[in-house]
Design a protein around this ligand. Structure first.
Ligand code: PRP
Ligand code: URA
Length: 252
């Protein structure tokens, strides 16, 4: 870490709690490959960027212009499941007694109804089944948000959340974290509804989006399958994968 500090010139390493040793290693690895802007981001806490060959392989297929809607949807789901295995590691658990064919024992299980998945419509819908595969009882809330093509500002058009959402762990899912406008607005909205334990999962992010969410909501942990270089002049992530919603639903 001192080498990391020296090289980045970072004054503080915010992710240095002993609990987060594993996360530090991931961040350090990622930092080694990155440019100056991104190095700053890597010093922030609450950020996990996956570095796994299966995720990387599937992202390569996802990016390809040759990949059609059916395969695109399947890949979004599969990547989400791989990410969810890690992102759900701190879900509430309780001990229960189990009788095996041999004897009784206690075993940790996930507390029922403790998790809510909130896809940001439309594209976030593509990630829901990826989490349901692992946790089929998770409730689902919906936030409808689109980016105004001229102003790039997020516009909310729909919302339906489970009644008891404020006491649950909320997973906001959206494949793309671009300017971060939609993510920040969705999290603002959830906080207004009393949610305090919010985790965000995006497949592809970029430095601009990460910074926006970290500044607005430093308490929200972000899980990303990949971080791309930057936004282009139309606020699309490059190299990215294009418009995630259009590719999932075949609208273009
Ligand atoms: C995409 C994406 C995010 C948003 C990211 O949705 O799914 O919600 O853009 O961009 P931002 O970080 O700059 O806000 P879009 O607005 O295209 O709507 P759609 O899912 O209905 O296609
Ligand atoms: N939304 C997308 O779907 N793709 C981008 O690259 C940016 C925003």
């Amino acid at each position: 870490l001192s080498a990391f500090k020296q090289k980045t010139g970072a004054e503080k390493i915010l992710f240095s709690s002993p609990k987060d040793l594993k996360k530090k290693c991931v961040c350090f690895k990622v930092y080694m490959k990155f440019t100056t802007t991104e190095k700053i981001i890597m010093t922030q806490q609450n950020l996990v960027i996956f570095d796994h060959p299966l995720i990387s392989h599937k992202i390569a297929l996802l990016r390809s212009v040759e990949t059609g809607a059916k395969q695109f949807r399947e890949l979004v789901e599969e990547i989400t499941t791989l990410m969810a295995f890690e992102a759900l590691k701190d879900v509430p658990t309780k001990l229960v007694e189990i009788t095996t064919p041999l004897e009784r024992c206690t075993q940790k299980v996930v507390v029922e109804n403790s998790v809510v998945i909130v896809p940001v419509l439309r594209a976030g819908l593509g990630m829901v089944n990826g989490i349901h595969t692992l946790l089929p009882t998770a409730k689902v809330g919906h936030i409808g948000m689109y980016r105004d093509h001229d102003t790039l500002e997020p516009r909310e058009y729909y919302c339906k959340l489970p009644e008891d959402i404020s006491n649950r762990v909320v997973y906001v899912v959206d494949p793309m974290l671009a300017t971060g406008g939609s993510a920040v607005a969705a999290i603002d909205f959830l906080k207004k509804h009393g949610c305090r334990n919010i985790i965000m999962m995006n497949i592809i992010g970029c430095p601009e989006g990460i910074k926006a969410v970290q500044e607005a909501h430093p308490d929200v942990e972000i899980f990303l399958a990949a971080v791309d270089e930057k936004l282009n002049e139309h606020a699309y992530i490059v190299p990215g994968l294009g418009d995630a919603g259009d590719r999932i639903f075949g609208t273009k």
